[in-house]
Each structure stands twice: as C-alpha cells, then as structure tokens.
Design a protein around this ligand. Structure first.
Ligand SMILES: Nc1ncnc2c1ncn2[C@@H]1O[C@H](COP(=O)(O)OP(=O)(O)OP(=O)(O)O)[C@@H](O)[C@H]1O
Length: 274
C-alpha cells in the first residue's frame, strides 16, 4: 500500500512524514526540556515516546499540540509549517490530544464533554443555521449525532452517557477523555499516558481501543506510556528521550536492546550487574 503522501503526479514518490520535527529545542529559563530533537512520524503509525521521569516526553507532546512553542527548531504537519500555530488552529487541522492529568469538565455529563470536542466541526453558524434550518443545519446535526453515537458505541460507554463526568471511576473518565479527543476527528492523536493509574483489565481494554483507533479508524497515534509491556506490544516504532535528548529510535525490539536505553532505565551500576 502506498502510505506516503505528497507524491508528484499522484504516484508514490519521495515524500515527507505526516509529522516532522527538526532540531526542536525547548528551554524554560535555565532548564533545557528538549535538546535538538528530530522526529518523523508516518501516516498510519502507532508511535510511542518513552523515557525516564523528566526526560522531556510531555514537553515534546506540548510542542506538537501547540501548548508550547519550541525555543529553536521547526515542526511541520501534513506538509505545513505549524511551528507557531496556536493550539486551537492545530486542533482544527487534525491534531487531537488527551492529557496526563484528566482534563474533563467534571460537572458536565459524558455526552456534553464529548460534544465539546466537536465545536470546530459545526459548519452552520447562527445565520446559516436560521436560513437553512430545514435542510443544512438539521442534516448536519443528525450527522454529528450519528458520529458521536459511533464513538460512544466503539468505546463502550453507552451506559454512562448521561452520568456526570466527575463522578465516574478513573478508568472510565480516561475513556471519556479519549472519546472527546476522537470526536474531534483527528488525523493525529496525541495520548499522554493513557493507561496511567489503571488496573490490568482497564489497561488491556485501553490498549485494544488504541490499536483499533489506529488500525480500523486510520488515526495516526503518538503515545507517551510508562508500561513497557504495552509499549513494545502495540507500537510500530519508539523514540526514547533522556535528559531532553533523543537517545534511540526504531522498532520495539531494537530500541529495548539498545545499551543507551538500558542505561537510561537501569543506570550504569545495575546495567553492569545485569
Ligand atoms: N512549564 C515548565 N516550567 C519549567 N520547567 C518545566 C516546565 N515543564 C517541564 N519542565 C521541565 O522540563 C523537564 C522535562 O519535563 P517533562 O514534563 O517534559 O518530562 P516527562 O518526561 O514528561 O516527565 P514525566 O515522565 O515525569 O511526566 C523537567 O526538568 C521539567 O521540570
């Protein structure tokens, strides 16, 4: 299959990745969170970013989502330079995300939280809505509802659709947050520790949803995750960060066998003992 984009004359010629970071550095005063990071994620990948605590993983995701602008370097998405593009504009061109710490509206229902993810997709504003209510707007609302229902079914949250989000157990709230991000119809979905704080069963469910979103829904995914078993099991490729630098990249087996990666996780002494 030709997954490469931007071929000349419709062919599968040489092309650039869906997301490309070149020489990205990020500094907070004297702290260097990221240092000269290059990254290329192809359309259709399930790509993981790992590394010890404080390695710069969330900072990297924040640079991709637009929460932070890099101090140096460039970021392009779908052939467009987005280095200085605002978060909401990135969401509108297909970059969705979930957060390490849940970011749901706790007082709102599950369905309303999911609908929040949709607002930029509603084409009909007040004026066009008034003029075309019988046709355009009504049809559009029905279509929106149908798509939301599809997401709710897929993530198996029908039974909690009217529940107040803040009252739900943690694992379910994580699933609702994922539903909201998917409702944005992202081309690229950024997941920050989607399985943190979950029990084994919840983790297995979440891993299955992520794989299906990637495989069946065609969403390219970049995931930060600490559970190595899950990461090696489901990722197409992995990048490892340590002290803000990329120390390894490749398919899971290669990366896990890399001495710098083992050193970053185990430390020199433990590595020697091992
Ligand atoms: N807003 C900020 N202001 C100052 N320093 C920050 C800020 N955000 C991150 N840092 C620093 O940047 C470095 C990288 O942090 P980051 O949160 O990206 O790491 P991480 O790999 O995601 O860590 P963890 O696995 O613990 O979540 C750390 O030294 C952190 O203290």
């Amino acid at each position: 299959m030709c997954r490469l984009r931007g071929g000349i004359g419709g062919g599968c010629a040489v092309t650039s990745p869906l997301l490309e970071l070149s020489n990205v550095s990020l500094q907070f005063g004297g702290v260097t969170a990221l240092s000269e990071v290059d990254l290329g994620v192809e359309e259709g990948e399930l790509y993981s970013i790992i590394g010890p605590n404080g390695a710069g993983k969330t900072s990297l995701l924040n640079c991709i989502s637009g929460r932070y602008f890099p101090t140096f370097g460039t970021i392009s998405f779908d052939g467009r330079d987005i280095t200085r593009l605002r978060t909401d504009k990135r969401a509108a061109i297909g970059i969705g995300r979930t957060f390490q710490n849940l970011a749901l509206f706790g007082h709102m229902s599950v369905i309303d939280n999911i609908l929040v993810g949709r607002h930029h997709l509603v084409r009909n504003n007040f004026l066009t809505g008034s003029l075309y209510w019988i046709g355009g707007a009504q049809k559009e609302e029905l279509e929106q509802r149908r798509e939301i229902e599809e997401i709710i079914d897929f993530l198996e949250i029908q039974h909690i659709r009217h529940a107040t989000a803040g009252t739900l157990p943690y694992g379910l709230r994580k699933r609702v947050e994922l539903a909201r991000a998917v409702a944005l119809k992202p081309k690229l979905l950024l997941l920050d520790e989607p399985m943190a704080g979950m029990n084994l069963e919840e983790k297995m469910d979440m891993a299955r949803y992520i794989v299906d979103l990637n495989d069946e829904w065609g969403i390219t995914i970049i995931m930060i995750e600490h559970d190595m078993a899950v990461v090696t099991d489901i990722s197409s490729r992995i990048t490892v960060l340590d002290f803000g630098k990329k120390i390894a990249e490749g398919v899971p087996e290669e990366v896990m066998a890399h001495p710098d990666v083992q050193r970053a996780y185990l430390g020199d002494d433990e590595l020697e003992e091992a």
